[in-house]
Design a protein around this ligand. Structure first.
Ligand code: SAH
Length: 352
């Protein structure tokens, strides 16, 4: 069997492993053993010491285990934030960030290599080079970040490179894997999924009734502004997105989180703050105001501290929960595709 025909074992849930292994004539209980090994981050069949040698050899023929490589690692001297650049089997690479908070260690994961959503302020956008990560490649980021840092990972945010709902099936499978009681067993309540607003997929997610936190990258209170900075808004305008949020809350009972990157002169006026309040009225939600991270070569700049505070005040006066996000890892390119962008550019440069 050629490498590309082999099945990816770490992408499989226990019941799927069971079907696979019983198909090979193995007893069902082997699935539990294999799943536990995979969830511990083994990279070879030889490490699965409680499996018969003959089975390990058979597995080697038919299946493979993903094995990311740490290409780069940067540790923030300021706050201990760690940023990894992981190399994948096909030469692509993805970023993962470990952030240390009082409530626990959180890992920020990429769901695609690159992104085609095209948000004007984001460093992850790239034509062509985008592909979906497999469930295993998303899970590997949690496993390797934990193994290498020696930190216990208790929280996950799907806020790295990529649009999670544009890779819906693999992301959902990843969530089933990482929350599985026999696996890493991370609580859904400790997971946030951030989306630029793919409305039909928000409904799909709502139908699962999971307790994760849905985070919406809103960034503007009306279609005129949102469509200029986020092309996705032309497909799913603000009214549809807000209806999906209200329906999501009705289905899951989970408070929605809204991300709002403050961009000087673009979305930070008092009028914008007022419109945002109108938009969110009556919805159980939380607004995260984020000073824009400046991306090299971009004309978009962050709003001033004063403007951000004023914006926050307008929201709070109208009883909308709003906090200003503390920025971690500012000294290590820890945000929004910046390290990957640099590394990929260097690779291109080396080729040329
Ligand atoms: N595609 C998903 C998740 C990845 S982006 C989404 O759009 O939500 C994670 C968050 O970082 C999003 O809220 C995104 O809008 C935001 N972001 C991207 N570039 C940024 C920048 N330069 N400054 C601040 N936030 C940014």
């Amino acid at each position: 069997m050629s490498e590309s025909e082999k099945v990816c074992l770490r992408s499989m849930l226990p019941e799927e492993l069971k079907a696979f292994l019983t198909g090979m004539g193995q007893p069902g209980y082997r699935a539990g053993q294999v799943f536990r090994w995979l969830s511990q981050g083994v990279c070879s069949f030889d490490e699965m010491s409680d499996l018969p040698k003959s089975l390990r050899a058979q597995l080697e023929q038919q299946a493979y285990i993903s094995r990311p490589e740490i290409v780069r690692k940067q540790v923030s001297a300021r706050d201990g934030t760690i940023k990894y650049l992981f190399g994948l089997q096909d030469g692509n690479c993805v970023e993962t960030v470990v952030m240390r908070y009082e409530h626990g260690n959180s890992v920020c994961l990429s769901t695609q290599a690159g992104c085609h959503m095209g948000c004007a302020f984001c460093a992850s956008y790239e034509r062509g080079a985008t592909r979906n990560l497999t469930p295993a490649e998303i899970l590997d980021q949690v496993l390797w970040a934990g193994k290498d840092s020696g930190l216990k990972i208790s929280h996950i945010v799907l806020m790295g490179t990529g649009e999670p709902l544009d890779n819906y099936d693999n992301v959902v499978q990843f969530l089933r894997l990482v929350t599985h009681p026999d696996g890493l067993n991370i609580s859904m309540r400790h997971i946030s999924l951030s989306t630029c607003g793919l409305v039909p997929r928000i409904y799909d997610l709502a139908a699962l009734h999971w307790q994760l936190t849905l985070s919406i990258s809103l960034h503007a209170p009306n279609n005129a502004i949102r469509s200029t900075i986020m092309p996705v808004n032309r497909r799913y305008p603000v009214e549809q997105l807000m209806q999906a949020c209200r329906d999501y809350f009705a289905a899951t009972g989970r408070r929605i989180s809204f991300e709002y990157a403050m961009i000087a002169g673009v979305n930070d006026s008092d009028a914008c703050a007022d419109q945002l309040c109108d938009l969110l009225r009556g919805l159980m939600c939380h607004v995260n105001l984020i000073p824009l991270n400046h991306v090299e070569g971009s004309p978009l700049l962050p709003s001033s501290k004063q403007t951000i505070r004023r914006f926050q005040q307008i929201l709070q006066n109208r009883r909308i929960n709003a906090t200003v996000r503390r920025s971690l890892g500012g000294d290590i390119d820890a945000s929004c595709g910046q390290l990957r962008r640099k590394a990929m550019a260097e690779k291109e440069g080396a080729k040329g």
